[in-house]
Design a protein around this ligand. Structure first.
Ligand code: GAL
Length: 695
């Protein structure tokens, strides 16, 4: 029987690299996979030199044998194109397929990923091996999905890349005049006579052109995406129906995944939260919300994660099986229909021999493997949530070109990282158990009660019009520091920042102000938000209210507390403009936060903005550190604290839109039933509860 995607349960498994093992191990693997409840493995990711040991000589029988064995064992396969790691022969025969850094260093084989995405020779070879694999296995009954390459993320500054960059620029600009305008090449005598003179942003004596740098980022993302698309097209020649994907890397800086999403049949992500980082799991929730949002809420796949250590951190903390379980179930809570690991069997050799796996070198009789078996059983019980979706009342806006533009050279400060700002704004929402989507600024915002743009540094007229329309229709918009500063060519918008939204905000920034260490003082003007003095740190705007409808809620000063910066006294740090009806800018509310606030003060502002917008959190009375999401008719409650917590069943019922007086709930993980007359449910530290109405 041919296995079908989606699988009927939450898929469970990992990367499987049988080419690293003797045949005799393969059978043992399948037997152990079955015992652990594994349903899906990704095969062939790094097998190019085994599949094509010499140019045009393909060896696929071993792979067929592996797929047969897996299929006989009832395990489905996500079959990879092995294009992430070319064999040494490719670089040896064609050094121009090897990537070059901005400093002119050509990278070589002996590791992995040594290819230029722009190299026509690499591409031709990658398509040839893709064709061989697709042709041989498109009809194999084990295959349920295709996995193109691996973590596409290469960047190249070679002559090959320069050539491709020029083609890309020709598409974008038509000719050199438009490029000269967009790149403002009159600055520092950079005027080009022809596109043939244009280079990637290589090592240079001083700061490089920001517009060139931004276009190279866009080009690199498009180049990687086109690799994916080419391989997918070859797969499609042989298989018209199985989903094709590639594994993303969360908020990965080299690829604008928002532009990739349409090309993926299903979003897949690799995630390695750092156990040493106390914020890792809050930030993981944000990444998972991005993954769910990329394709409009469609369930996604956790394609790689680690059962314990990863081997690539300088000091590599391990995790407990309980933590690994919590992380895995958190992904499901945020929309994942698969939980997979790197990798099934721990490597004995190579750079990843100290990376954890589902089956450790020490064998199945280990704590890690016992945890894996437990997780397999848990996931099997979550079958009712497969395919279900979530809804959110709040959108966080995220935009890769904004991120790139804000992280360029020669900025007012290097302490403003849009991703860190996004995370800082997300944390108070997570703490308050507010569901969020993470969407691009051109998304349809109509369904959201509040839209937060913590770090939208780059704004064009279209996005500004979109945000203006959202507020005019009654929405609540909250903008963060250094927002709306540049256009798509990195030129500053004229006027006070964010100039394109000045009317909606009734406020604007006249100067960007990096702050001395220790920050500066600000005072609340609205005591409902706070009464204590606030230390604005790292950065603020010198901002004013420009409109009678605009209230300044937090302002710098007084002058005595701003030595050397007395002129900033009264500068607005938080403003709010509420327009009921009748005005030219419509009925909504627009907030501007111009400075970097301490967490507690940022939380006060965001919680107020959301409460005013009527956003309803899950389980309002539950203790801090209890995470709650809803997928379809199931609730996920995750205890991230070190203490047992107690949950009111009526509150759980309310979060599921059930009558709190009569509802009966069943925890999918334990089959335990609760009625609202029972005493509160106890949830152990790192415990997870998945209540659903009893059917
Ligand atoms: C990922 C990669 C895997 C493996 C893993 C180790 O980036 O896709 O192949 O190397 O990291 O954590």
């Amino acid at each position: 029987m041919t296995a079908r995607w989606p699988l009927p349960t939450i898929a469970f498994g990992g990367d499987y690299n049988p080419e690293q093992w003797d045949r005799s191990v393969w059978r043992e693997d399948v037997a152990l996979m079955q015992r652990a409840g594994v349903t899906l493995v990704t095969v062939g990711v790094f097998a190019w030199s085994r599949i094509e040991p010499e140019p045009d000589r393909f060896e696929l029988d071993w792979l067929r044998e592996v797929l047969d064995l897996l299929h006989d064992g009832g395990i489905a396969v996500d079959l990879a194109t092995p294009t992430a790691s070319p064999p040494p022969w490719l670089g040896a025969m064609h050094p121009e397929t090897l990537p070059v850094t901005a400093d002119g260093v050509r990278l070589t084989w002996g590791s992995r990923n040594q290819f230029s995405p722009s190299s026509p020779i690499y591409r031709a070879r990658a398509l040839a091996v893709t064709r061989a694999v697709a042709q041989a296995f498109a009809d194999h009954p084990a295959v349920v999905m295709w996995h193109v390459g691996n973590e596409l993320g290469q960047v190249d500054h070679s002559d090959v890349a320069a050539h491709a960059f020029r083609d890309w620029l020709t598409q974008r600009y038509g000719g050199v005049e438009a490029l000269n305008r967009s790149w403002a090449t009159d600055v520092w005598s950079q005027g080009y006579r022809s596109l043939a003179e244009v280079q990637p942003p290589r090592a240079a004596p001083y700061h490089r052109n920001p517009a060139q740098a931004l276009d190279f980022r866009r080009f690199t993302s498009d180049e990687l995406r086109s690799l994916y698309r080419e391989q997918r097209a070859v797969i499609r020649e042989h298989d018209a129906r199985r989903p094709v994907t590639t594994n993303l890397m969360g908020f990965f800086a080299l690829a604008d995944y928002a532009t990739w999403a349409d090309d993926l049949d299903v979003v897949a992500d690799d995630a390695y939260p750092d156990p040493a980082d106390p914020r890792a799991l809050t930030d993981a929730a944000l990444t998972q919300d991005l993954m769910r949002s990329l394709r409009g809420g469609q369930p996604w796949l956790l394609m790689e994660s680690a059962t314990s250590g990863v081997g690539w951190r300088a000091h590599d903390l391990t995790k407990s099986p309980a933590r690994s379980r919590l992380e895995s179930l958190q992904a499901v809570a945020h929309g994942a229909d698969a939980v997979c690991f790197f990798q099934w069997r721990q490597a004995r050799s190579g750079p990843e021999r100290f990376h954890s796996a589902m089956l450790p070198t020490a064998g199945p009789d280990t704590a890690v493997h016992a945890g894996v078996r437990r997780l397999g059983a848990d996931l099997a019980r979550l079958a009712p949530v497969v395919g279900t979706r979530s809804s959110a009342q709040v959108a966080l806006l995220w935009d890769w070109p904004s991120w790139w533009a804000a992280r360029g050279e020669a900025m007012p400060t290097d302490r403003l990282d849009p991703l860190e700002t996004l995370r800082a704004w997300h944390r108070p929402l997570w703490d308050a158990r507010v569901a969020v989507d993470v969407v691009g600024p051109p998304a349809d915002l109509g369904g959201y009660r509040a839209v937060l743009a913590p770090a939208l540094h780059l704004i064009d007229d279209i996005v500004a019009a979109h945000l203006r329309a959202y507020v005019a229709a009654g929405g609540t918009l909250v903008l963060g520091p250094f927002t709306g500063v540049v256009d798509p060519s990195t030129h500053l918008h004229r006027g006070r920042t964010p100039a394109l939204l000045g009317d909606v905000l009734g406020a604007g920034v006249q100067e960007h102000v990096p702050l001395p260490d220790g920050g500066v003082t600000a005072r609340w003007r609205d005591s409902a938000l706070g009464t204590e003095e606030v230390r604005v740190h790292d950065f603020t705007g010198h901002a004013d209210a420009l409109d009678p409808l605009t209230e300044v809620l937090l302002a710098l000063g007084p002058a005595d507390d701003l030595p050397g910066l007395e002129h900033l006294a009264g500068s607005a740090v938080v403003t709010r403009r509420r327009q009921e009806t009748g005005g030219t800018t419509g009925a909504g509310t627009a907030w501007l936060v111009t400075g970097v606030l301490p967490d507690v003060d940022l939380a006060a502002v965001l919680h107020r903005a959301l409460a005013d917008a009527g956003v309803e959190p899950f389980l309002p009375g539950a203790p801090a550190g209890v995470e709650v999401t809803r997928r379809g008719d199931a609730l996920f409650v995750l205890n991230h604290t070190a203490a047992e917590v107690h949950l009111e069943i009526a509150q759980l019922a309310l979060a599921l839109d059930l009558d709190p007086a009569t509802a009966t709930l069943t925890d999918l993980l334990t089959a335990r039933r609760f009625t609202t007359t029972d005493t509160p449910v106890a949830l152990a530290p790192q415990g997870v509860l998945v209540p659903m109405e009893t059917r």
